[in-house]
Design a protein around this ligand. Structure first.
Ligand code: 1GP
Length: 252
């Protein structure tokens, strides 16, 4: 529970936590230490590492480099059961509760659990809720499941409440990496009014203002990935961090 508690403390202190997603397929190992350095200096609270596919990247060696170059928590955000490694601190143990595909609700978990135990990393059970965001996202396609329609906050909040009752530690409202539209604020609000566990929101967040709106709507953790794949945007990391840390900052 070390990393989970650390995240809860960060949320309590700063109002919300800001995590940056690192996809080994999209960020070269050459640029990695420079990027991590930028993030660390800019107020990022931790890293998620993972990707739907692993075509160019080498997951193990990428994670090892991340660990060497940062003291911040490193949490696996697995795209498949092969993405388990002792170089991480924790893993989001994701169940795609928005879908009805048993493989992504419990099947893959049975296969992954023994390797997570062997790796000695902390599993953080997370209800992964895919939200319709304009076009078919990789997460929707790969999970073989339907996302929740964006105009149905009541389905999202009932799903989230059921997940809380099942003992999940986090709700992850996911529009999908590179989504056209981020998770609607009304949906985040509806889920936060219904649930008492923290809500992670990610997918299609491209401005600090959008990040701030999600926090004001009830998100406790904001994730961005895609936006910083363009090096020209790296100078904005601190603006995202300030926007998320609602207790500590004034948005400029
Ligand atoms: C994807 O929520 C994350 O799983 C981040 O999405 O890459 O669109 O920022 P983006």
């Amino acid at each position: 529970m070390k990393i989970y508690n650390h995240l809860l403390n960060t949320i309590k202190e700063k109002g919300a936590a800001y995590l940056v997603l690192l996809d080994p397929d999209k960020l070269s190992e050459k640029k990695l230490s420079n990027f991590l350095n930028h993030c660390q200096k800019s107020g990022v609270d931790g890293f998620l590492v993972g990707g739907s596919l692993m075509i160019n990247g080498d997951f193990e060696s990428f994670l090892e480099k991340v660990k060497i170059n940062t003291n911040l928590p490193v949490i696996i955000f697995p795209g498949s059961i092969t993405q388990v490694s002792s170089f991480a601190d924790a893993i989001l143990f994701l169940s795609v509760v928005s879908g009805r595909n048993p493989e992504h609700l419990i099947g893959k978990h049975v296969l992954a659990a023994p390797s997570i135990k062997k790796a000695g990393i902390e599993p953080i059970s997370t209800a992964y809720i895919l939200v319709e965001s304009g076009t078919t996202t990789t997460a929707v396609y790969m999970s073989g499941s339907l996302p929740i329609p964006r105009n149905k906050p009541e389905i999202a909040s009932a799903t989230a409440l059921a997940s809380e009752y099942l003992g999940m530690k986090f709700i992850y409202l996911e529009a999908g990496s590179g989504a056209d539209n981020s998770v609607p604020n009304e949906m985040i609000k509806a889920v936060s009014e219904q649930c008492s566990i923290p809500i992670i929101v990610g997918g299609g967040i491209r401005t600090p203002q959008t990040a701030r709106e999600k926090v004001e709507s009830g998100a406790s953790v904001i994730v961005t990935g895609n936006y910083f794949e363009n090096e020209n945007n790296w100078n904005l990391i601190k603006d995202f961090a300030s926007a998320v840390h609602i207790k500590q900052s004034i948005l400029v």
